[in-house]
Every structure is written in structure tokens, then in C-alpha cells.
Write a protein that binds this ligand. Structure first.
Ligand code: AMP
Length: 396
């Protein structure tokens, strides 16, 4: 079966057409600047990438262009829409309503809408993608795969904040966690690589991308993760602060004359390694600058790795041990210096770190030497494939 995987943002829409039997990507691309002007980047497997300016007043036109490209006589990989068996949509926030992926119905859409205020930037955009697909592909089954669902196994002691309980009761203020599809995919793969049963393995997944989170997966279930009600909590990220003393907000608001919107903008867009370095949120820029002697770039990189190592330590405590640690996403897969820095704190776990193996990028590889008490891997994440697998399982 061919499955169209859609990741829809407010002005962009990423897609991949994946064959579920071979797990090969038949074609992929992105529509950008939707609602502004519009650009389609499209690549069929084995062909060159093409970029075309297209008029995209809304997501419906964007999906229409995607369908046209996929079925085009020259660039296409399928003859007609009938060859798409299902659509898998990435949805960011499923709140407490969704502990797993589901087939999309009117009821499901309503329930997702009720989670909108928990992810006001993402969920409404995700739903626009669902509606646009339904309009153009009536009758094709669609699945919703939530970023939060994998973490619904967290126990109360992990998800409750030290806040008045009524905020949980009235507004569902609690920790949810994100990147669930990636944490699930990578932790499963980690168990496979070690030859251990998934339901008897303690794994810590470090999803280190522009957004970054760490997850403790005990016996196949997420028992804790570093992001919270929103993706702002936890690690120091590209432009997000992660954990801070909440009293800083009042202090800075008064000093800088900022309102709540200004504060949130600062925390989400002007903080993290970008804020510390004053230079860039991209780790390649920071590494270059740090090697050239830039002090703030060096501090930013050290703060980032130190925070990751502290979270790993806390999850070792939460699981009473760890069998595997996995690095994934843009930084985790590609930045050998960050991986080495994080692992430099983990000698107490009996990790024997293989510096030579670490000098590789973007590949699945073991970073621990034979005999290491805890095994360490780089496992490239593949959220689209995970969504396609979930979608197929639901359809079947
Ligand atoms: P992601 O959000 O998973 O796409 O990760 C994006 C981030 O990965 C970028 O902002 C970079 O900081 C980082 N990244 C990507 N490629 C490299 C690389 N070759 N070396 C270091 N960092 C990289």
C-alpha cells in the first residue's frame, strides 16, 4: 500500500509518499509560503529535486499541486489517486484524549480541536491539512499520529507540576511531552540493535534537533520526557530556553518592559543557544565560531551538552539504570562534538566511548566499545516512516 504522509504547518506542508511493503520513499517534498505566494519542492526517488513557484492561497491548492506532481506523466510515481491507500497526518497535540494513533473521523477532529489551545500554533494548522486532504481525496482513509501520544504512559508523578491541582482539573495543565513518534521509533530500533526484547529494555533517547527533548523509555513505555505542557520545557534548544527559574519572567518583564507576549517570544525565539551565543541557533555555525575562539559560542555549546547530560542522569535515576542511550535528529545524528561532550559526563555508567566510531555523520552506528556496560548508538530518526507504519497498522 502507498501511504501519503503529511506534516502540515501554518504556511508549509511537508509530504512523503511511502510504500508500506518496501518502506521506500517513492517521492517527497514540501510546499512553502502557503497563503503568501507559494513554492513546491518535489523529488521523486532517483530523480533530481525540482522547485516551482505555484500560486497557493490555501493548503487546498498546495495539496492539489502535490497530487498533480505525484500523478504527473513525467515526474509522477503513481498513475492516479487510487494508488494512495491512506493518508497519515502528523498532529502535534492530542492532550489526554489520545494515547495512540487513530483513524480520523468527525468526532476525532472535534476532539483534536479541543486540544487546540494546548498547541495554538500547531494543531489548527495540522487540522487545516486534514481538511484539505479530505476535500481532495474523499473516501481515502486518514490517520492521525500524535506527537504527544507515546508519552501518555507517563505516571502522575512524572506529569504533574507542583502547581495548584485545580489547574490540572480545570485546564489540564500537566506535562505532555513531544517528539513521541521519534522517541518511539528510535527506542524500538535501539532494542532491535541490542537484540533485547523491547519490553525489557531501559532506553534513553536524546532527540537533539532545533527542538530537542530527552525521553526515558522503560520496557517499551515512555515514563518521563523533558518537554512539558508545551515544547518549551527541558533542554536548552536552538532558540528556546528550556527549564528556567520561573521568577526570571517577572524580573525581566519589569526591567525590559515586556508583556506576556514579549516574554513568550523571548523564551521561544530569542533564547537557547541562539540567545547565549548571540550568533546562531545552528550548531555548525556555533562549532565553527567556538573553534575560532568565540567565547559565547563555546559557552552555548557547553550549556547545551551539560543540560542533556543532566537529563540523562535524572532518567537513569528514574529507571533505576539504563541499557541503551540513543542520539537522534539533526544534532544527535550529525554533531560528533556534542555527542562526545555529552558522553564525557557518563563515565560513571561504565560507558566505553568509541571516539573513532563517533567520527561519522548521519549514519546508524554504535558509539560504545564491545564490553561497554551501557550501549550507545546514533539512530537516525524517521518520523515519516513511523507515521506510515502507524497508519498502515490502523488501516489493517
Ligand atoms: P532538526 O530540527 O532535527 O532538523 O535539526 C536541525 C539542527 O541540526 C540544525 O539547526 C543544526 O543545528 C543541526 N545540524 C544539522 N546538520 C548538522 C551538522 N552536520 N553538524 C552539526 N549540526 C548539524
Amino acid at each position: 500500500m502507498n501511504i501519503l504522509v503529511i506534516n502540515c504547518g501554518s504556511s508549509s506542508l511537508k509530504f512523503q509518499l511511502i510504500n508500506s511493503e518496501s518502506e521506500k520513499v517513492l517521492a517527497k517534498g514540501i510546499c512553502e509560503r502557503i497563503g503568501i505566494d507559494g513554492r513546491l519542492t518535489y523529488q521523486a526517488a532517483g530523480s533530481e529535486k525540482t522547485k516551482t513557484e505555484k500560486d497557493m492561497p490555501s493548503h487546498t491548492e498546495a495539496i492539489q499541486y502535490v497530487i498533480e506532481a505525484l500523478t504527473d506523466n513525467e515526474t509522477g510515481v503513481i498513475k492516479s489517486l487510487d494508488e494512495i491507500g491512506a493518508v497519515g497526518h502528523r498532529l502535534v497535540h492530542g492532550g489526554e484524549k489520545f494515547a495512540s494513533s487513530v483513524i480520523i473521523t468527525e468526532e476525532v477532529k472535534k476532539a483534536v480541536e479541543e486540544c487546540n489551545e494546548l498547541a495554538p500554533l500547531h494543531n489548527p494548522a495540522n487540522l487545516i491539512g486534514v481538511n484539505a486532504c479530505e476535500k481532495l481525496m474523499p473516501g481515502t482513509p486518514m490517520a492521525a499520529v500524535f506527537d504527544t501520544a507515546f508519552h501518555q504512559t507517563m505516571p502522575e508523578k512524572a506529569y504533574m507540576y507542583g502547581l495548584p491541582y485545580e489547574y490540572y482539573e480545570k485546564y489540564k495543565v500537566r506535562r505532555y511531552g513531544f517528539h513521541g513518534t521519534s522517541h518511539s521509533f528510535v527506542s524500538k530500533r535501539a532494542a532491535e540493535l541490542t537484540g533485547r526484547p523491547y519490553d525489557a529494555t531501559k532506553t534513553i533517547v536524546c532527540h537533539l534537533g532545533n527542538g530537542a527533548s530527552v525521553c526515558a523509555v522503560k520496557n517499551g513505555k515512555s515514563i518521563d520526557t523533558s518537554m512539558g505542557l508545551t515544547p518549551l520545557e527541558g533542554l536548552v534548544m536552538g532558540t528556546r530556553s528550556g527549564d528556567i527559574d520561573p521568577a526570571i519572567l517577572e524580573f525581566i518583564a519589569k526591567k525590559e518592559n515586556l508583556d506576556i507576549e514579549g516574554l513568550m517570544n523571548m523564551l521561544n525565539k530569542k533564547s537557547g543557544v541562539q540567545g547565549i551565543s548571540g550568533l546562531s541557533s545552528d550548531f555548525r555555525d556555533l562549532t565553527d565560531a567556538s573553534l575560532a575562539g568565540d567565547k559565547r559560542a563555546k559557552i552555548a555549546l557547553e550549556v547545551f551538552s551539560y543540560r542533556v547530560a543532566k537529563y540523562i542522569g535524572s532518567y537513569v535515576a528514574a529507571m533505576n539504570g539504563v541499557d541503551v542511550i540513543a542520539f537522534t535528529a539533526g544534532i544527535g545524528e550529525n554533531d560528533e562534538l556534542v555527542r562526545a561532550a555529552v558522553c564525557s559526563y557518563l563515565g560513571y555508567l561504565g560507558i566505553e566511548f568509541d571516539e573513532d566510531a563517533n567520527n561519522t555523520r548521519g549514519q546508524e552506528i554504535e558509539l560504545s566499545k564491545p564490553g561497554s556496560k551501557v550501549r550507545v548508538f546514533v539512530i537516525p530518526t524517521n518520523e515519516e516512516l513511523a507515521i506510515a507504519r502507524e497508519t498502515e497498522a490502523l488501516i489493517k
